[in-house]
Design a protein around this ligand. Structure first.
Ligand code: B3K
Ligand code: ZN
Length: 881
């Protein structure tokens, strides 16, 4: 752990690297306690830099020897300050040989080279390579790598690294070796090695140009029955990128390795993707529909990085969204294409909107708010955020909305033509989009430089005599830390007009026929758009398909919302109308609950829900989305002085009202959406299960013997994890029925499946009946450990971030627990600790009594003498802003 004072790094201070690296030869003698790394670099001075010193980064490694052009360097030939090693007066060209030692088994940070379940694994993004060897560890230094791995043959039969296997053999002393060569230049963050006892599912796959590629999915013994879906997803991804973007796999071999100790979802190392087991392992018995979806998306995401991230990489870490926003957009489009149908696409789109509102909007309004391309950071690992990823993807999507699919593709082609094998900036991507389409996208840059969620207001007025409809759009953006004033954004606002029957009207704007959805470009603070030939007063459907990541405000009354909810041809806005109807009620009920007033829910709302529930013309997946209420977090984001108990009470009240007043319809849908026969994770079947399980949950929001029996029966009889876990979770939340028995049985049955045990912890952690004392008790369970990120998240993070009513217990016990766990985790794994620290981001929004206690907990963490930069940055920003 670094103890030096955290330094803020600014984007404006970027300077090019002083030396470039052409080739890297790495030799590893792998030993858990003492791994010896030999590193030979060929360096040459960078003509673009005025600096004449070689600068290398190194962290937590022991330097043994340093030779420059064959000459041993002594202490006076170089300087080490913090993690920077500087060699002054270096020649124009140099061969630098470095020998160093690291201790993988001591490495609990899971960054650099570490041991997971006895296997060697690496994670280098963002700055983990410097924990393996000294190197100019920055993404704009791209080099060709050759890697020699040597290890005990018995213990580590599989030796993998990036690129192609050149040679392997025995060393005669019980050890063996493998030599790998990556034909492509890459930044150090894409380096990877695996030395492990693993087995694989493999096949050869024919690429579009006729080449055969070897595809492998490596897992620990006993898990080969869970690799099919990942392999299938990989093949689909390869095909999709060929077809949609004409991008081919550029290697003869592509490997995925699953490990159970991993800080995030997965990592796109060139040719050797390393994954959290959560995003590889699945079969119907252990994985839910959501897990299957996650695997497909993450496998695709990492594969797509091969072009967007690896072939064209980031100049510096401020440009992270260049690869992440774009790659998330690509995986989102892939997922939508895999489902194929329009309604299926809409359901995935609704998912994106939900994620934004649930996580990104709060981030954008909180102390950690930052632009998609941040201007500064203390610890880059803190900026792998929903803003960089999900809002970044929305920014990329807006290009496609503005330029059309073909225009977007032209921009992509030009981007690769210009920048293949380069490290570039977000501006280069924007320029490629603009140039390929002859468009001025200068103002669009503000999406990268300004933080905060823009608010777009609309106001419509119909002129019967003139048969015109005027839509006034205005925009503003609240201040964010360091950015008090914002300039107008370039916002694509997709609009449709519905007639009295709910049909789309033909749109004419400025004399131009715009079909039934017009993409209006809002570039000023306020603008008026006039639709002509409008035969009757329309109901506007604004921001169709969520055409921009903004908060839309307008004067919708119930009648208009009900009209949109029943008819809008744009499924996202149809769903949105229902969310607005619900939010309106939830906000009022929260207020009432806070005052202890009697709660009641109008028939209009229940009737709208009923119609949606039973509308057989709509996909079950869509109906499920439409019936799902905004989360407690989303409600809390809409109010001041949040009282989490009032929010919870209000939402529970609405759930129970739906459950009792629509009991007959819910029961009928529960029966109608059964999926008999062999389990399949396809969109139609999973949509049915989602609706069925939502029905089950609603029925049990006001449980009685019959509804509980239904859940219990499903738990007893289900043959797949989706239905099993949904039933168990319903039983836990209802807190009736034989919960302890079901929980125990579930644990016994799955105790050998780590990912299911995570679910078991998470289900309990999020239940409103689980308080801090219960969480502490669960932490004493033999299966619990803070050292494994998945496990720590399943219990501790799920409780702190996913159980608002108990986390915000009035006595402050949740906050004290949080502080304690952040500190404990930080000593082991700063990245995981720092994520947990973010649970307190929105503390200033809570009721004063809670705020005070939250502040105490924040100070308790901030006051620790030893704290990682990761956690220090998060808590100090929370306290400052
Ligand atoms: N690029 C990695 C994330 C690395 C996170 C480092 N703290 C996974 C991904 O986005 O594909
Ligand atoms: Zn990514």
């Amino acid at each position: 752990m670094r103890t030096d004072t955290p330094q803020t790094i600014y984007r404006k201070d970027y300077t090019p690297p002083s030396y470039l690296v052409d080739t890297v030869e790495l030799g590893f003698d792998l030993d858990p306690a003492r791994t010896i790394v030999a590193n030979r670099l060929s360096l040459r001075r960078n003509p673009a830099s005025a600096q004449r010193e070689i600068e290398l980064h190194g962290e937590d490694i022991e330097l043994v020897a340093l030779r420059l052009n064959g000459r041993v360097l002594t202490g006076s030939d170089y300087r080490i300050s913090g993690s920077l090693l500087t060699i002054p007066n270096a020649p124009e060209e140099a061969t630098l040989e470095i020998e160093s030692i690291c201790a993988p088994q001591e490495n609990t940070t899971l960054s650099g080279l570490y041991v997971s379940n006895g296997n060697f694994i690496t994670q280098c993004e963002a700055e983990g390579f410097r924990r393996i060897t000294y190197f100019p560890d920055r993404p704009d230094v791209m080099a060709k790598y050759t890697v020699m791995l040597r290890a005990d043959k018995e213990r580590y039969p599989v030796l993998l690294s990036n690129g192609n296997l050149v040679e392997e053999g025995d060393l005669g002393d019980g050890r063996h070796y493998a030599l790998w060569e990556d034909p492509f230049k890459k930044p150090s963050y894409l380096f990877a090695l695996v030395a492990a006892r693993l087995v694989c599912q493999e096949e050869t796959f024919r690429l579009a140009d006729g080449r055969q590629a070897l595809l492998q999915v490596w897992v620990e013994e006993g898990n080969l029955d869970k690799t099919d879906y990942a392999m299938q997803s990989l093949k689909h991804s390869i095909r999709w990128d060929e077809e949609r973007y004409n991008l081919e796999l550029d290697l003869d071999r592509f490997m995925i390795v699953a490990t159970s100790d991993f800080n995030m979802g997965a990592m796109e190392n060139k040719g050797l993707n390393i994954f959290n087991t959560k995003f590889v392992l699945a079969n119907p018995r252990v994985a839910t529909d959501i897990d299957f979806q996650g695997i497909e998306a993450v496998v695709a995401h990492e594969y797509f990085h091969n072009w967007t991230g690896n072939r064209v990489t980031c100049r510096d870490w401020f440009q992270l969204s260049l690869k992440e926003g774009l790659t998330v957009f690509r995986d989102q489009e892939f997922t939508a294409d895999m489902i194929g149908t329009d309604s299926g696409r809409a359901v995935t789109r609704i998912d994106h909107v939900r994620t934004l509102r649930q996580a990104q909007f709060p981030e954008d309004a909180g102390p950690m708010a930052h632009p998609v391309r941040p201007d500064s950071f203390v610890e880059i690992n803190n900026f792998y955020t929903v803003t960089v990823y999900e809002k970044g993807a929305e920014v990329v999507r807006m290009y496609q909305t503005l330029l059309g699919r073909e225009g977007f593709r032209k921009g992509m082609d030009l981007y690769f033509e210009r920048h293949d094998e380069q490290a570039v900036e977000c501006d280069d991507f924007r320029r490629a989009m603009a140039d390929a389409n002859g468009r001025d996208l200068a103002q669009f840059e503000r999406w990268y430089s300004q933080a905060g969620t823009p608010v777009v207001r609309f106001e419509g007025s119909y002129d019967k005599a003139g048969r015109t409809y005027e839509l006034k759009l205005s925009q503003s953006c609240p201040p964010t830390p360091g950015q008090p004033k914002k300039l107008p954004f370039h916002i694509p606002v997709a609009v449709g007009l519905l007639d009295r029957e709910g049909r789309d009207m033909r749109l004419r704007v400025n004399g131009r026929d715009m079909g039934t959805t017009a993409v209006l470009e809002l570039v000023e603070a306020e603008q008026r758009f006039v639709f002509t030939d409008v035969s009757q007063a329309p109901v506007p459907s604004v921001l169709r398909n969520f055409s921009a990541p903004v908060i839309l405000q307008g004067s919708y009354g119930d009648a208009e919302l009900l009209h949109l909810f029943s008819h809008d041809s744009d499924a996202v806005n149809r769903w949105e109308a229902g969310q607005r109807l619900a939010m309106d009620r939830l906000l009022k009920l929260t207020e009432a609950a806070k005052l202890g007033a009697l709660l009641s829910l109008d028939d209009t709302f229940i009737e709208a829900m009923r119609k949606m529930l039973v509308d057989e013309r709509l996909d079950p997946a869509f109906r499920e989305q439409a019936l799902l209420l905004p989360s407690e977090t989303m409600i809390a984001e809409r109010i001041e002085d949040v009282d989490p108990l009032a929010v919870h009470t209000a939402r529970q009240f609405v759930r129970a009202a739906i459950g009792t007043r629509l009991r007959a319809e819910l029961t009928a849908q529960y029966e109608a959406n059964q999926t008999p026969g062999a389990y399949s994770p396809d969109a139609v079947s999973s949509g049915k299960r989602a609706l069925k399980n939502l029905a089950l949950a609603y029925l049990n929001a006001a449980p009685d013997a019959e509804t509980i029996a239904l859940a219990q029966r499903q738990f007893d009889q289900a043959d797949n994890m989706t239905d099993r876990s949904a039933a168990l979770s319903t039983l836990i939340h209802a807190h009736e029925g034989d919960v302890p028995e079901a929980l125990e049985r579930f644990y016994d049955e799955f105790k050998g499946e780590a990912l299911v045990v995570d679910k078991w912890f998470a289900m309990q952690a999020s239940a409103p009946t689980t308080d801090v004392a219960k969480v502490r008790e669960l932490m004493r369970h033999p299966a619990f450990t803070l050292r494994n990120p998945n496990r720590a998240r399943s219990l501790v993070a799920t409780f702190c971030a996913g159980n608002p009513v108990r986390f915000h217990a009035p006595d402050g016990s949740g906050y004290a627990f949080w502080a304690e766990q952040v500190v404990a985790l930080d000593a082991l794994n700063p990245q995981v600790a720092s994520r947990l620290a973010r649970a307190m981001d929105r503390w200033r929004r809570y009721a004063p009594e809670l705020q005070g206690k939250m502040q105490v907990a924040l100070h308790q963490v901030a006051g620790q003498a030893k704290l990682s930069n990761d956690v220090r940055e998060v808590v100090s920003k929370a306290l400052a802003n």
